[in-house]
Design a protein. Structure first.
Length: 279
């Protein structure tokens, strides 16, 4: 199932097959912060591992997940990752869109949650999943070069190709962002007034009975009835008072939306988030 040209089915839907070694979860043997080994906290969702001291946290009980996994960060097509296969070392590869890979690779046995990767250096393909990949970062080659002394030429070639491809994809992303910024640089379209709300299909618009609308205990004689410093129960519950129900009447200060008493705002252009309003 293809969702979009840049989206992958959520890896949370992946179910490992019993007896398949490439479906087993694997974690790195070093800390992602200090790059040293030792006693590590291992993420249950991806290969990340950390020293408890490097994160300045207490020893967690039960399952533990890294911040990226907690934030829902997932792999995407056209991104460079480090991939673990069998007993081979961590190898740089690019996540590919299934429609861009050879037919024989498309027909290889795989399950929902797996995605194809192209290994640098060897140009081999493999279907893998989130528990066996972690993102390639800028500067990874220099640190891996120390480990790579004396290794075969294919691995060194893979490191060089990964570094070049990473910069290419980074430049493409920056160009897309620049084009998007130019596209959105114009003023937003003028506001179009919505004259009426119409229900579609079986949706019904309910009109509340006045007897069911909550009524506060504010009085028109109060200094600031239903105001910020009052004890208006509706304001506390983030409701507006109804003009036909509120005892404070015209002095009610909790009907700004109904009376269209809006704060002064200005239109601002946000970074990578389009247009917005700022008070």
């Amino acid at each position: 199932v293809i969702l979009a040209s840049n989206s992958i089915i959520c890896p949370n839907h992946f179910t490992p097959r019993r007896g398949c070694r490439n479906h087993e979860h694997v974690n790195v043997s070093w800390c992602f912060v200090c790059s040293e080994g030792g006693s590590l906290l291992c993420c249950e969702s991806c290969p990340a591992a950390f020293h408890r001291e490097c994160l300045s946290i207490d020893m967690p009980e039960g399952s533990w997940y890294c911040n990226d996994c907690k934030a829902g960060k997932k792999p995407h097509y056209k991104e460079v990752f480090w991939v673990k296969v069998g007993r081979y070392r961590w190898w740089p590869a690019e996540i590919c869109h299934p429609r861009t890979i050879p037919i024989n690779i498309q027909k290889m046995k795989h399950v929902i949650g797996e995605f194809p990767v192209l290994f640098f250096g060897s140009n081999d393909y493999l279907w893998t999943h989130q528990a066996r990949v972690f993102p390639y970062m800028e500067g990874d080659v220099s640190s891996k070069d120390k480990i790579a002394k004396g290794v075969d030429g294919i691995y060194k070639k893979a490191l060089q190709e990964a570094a070049v491809r990473f910069e290419e994809l980074k430049a493409q992303k920056e160009l897309r962002q620049l084009q998007e910024d130019k596209k959105n640089d114009k003023k937003p379209p003028p506001y179009k007034h919505i004259k009426i709300n119409r229900s579609v299909g079986k949706v019904q618009i309910f009109t509340a009975d006045l007897s069911e609308i909550p009524r506060c205990n504010c009085k028109p004689t109060d200094e600031n009835p239903c105001g910020l410093d009052s004890e208006c129960i509706n304001r506390m519950l983030l409701y507006e008072c109804h003009p036909a129900v509120c005892v404070a009447g015209e002095r009610c200060q909790n009907q700004c939306f109904t009376k269209r008493q809006y704060p002064e705002v200005e239109i601002v252009r946000t970074l990578a988030r389009g247009w917005g309003l700022q008070a």
